[in-house]
Design a protein. Sequence first.
Length: 99
Amino acid sequence: MKLTKYEKETIILTSEGDTTVSIYTYNADLKRRLEKFSKQHPTLCKLEKSNDEGSVSYVLEKSRVSIRLVPPYSEERRKVASEHAKLNGFQSRSIHDEI
């Protein structure tokens, strides 16, 4: 049975008393990032399980995970950033380039 996009969840689970975070996901990009991180840092991030439907579950040290809230740019700030990028030859890049 094929899951719908709404059924393919990402769940980040921890508690105030835990030193680890559990990340359960179907998201292809996040799965690749977690796999790469776990190979580079096997003592900090471990694959806990995967299933045939395509989900994975990783356990990470809590200090390695952060949630970043990014406010929207004002139109003025967007224009200044665009001009700066044009003058300095910056090109947009995907999130994959950051890892």
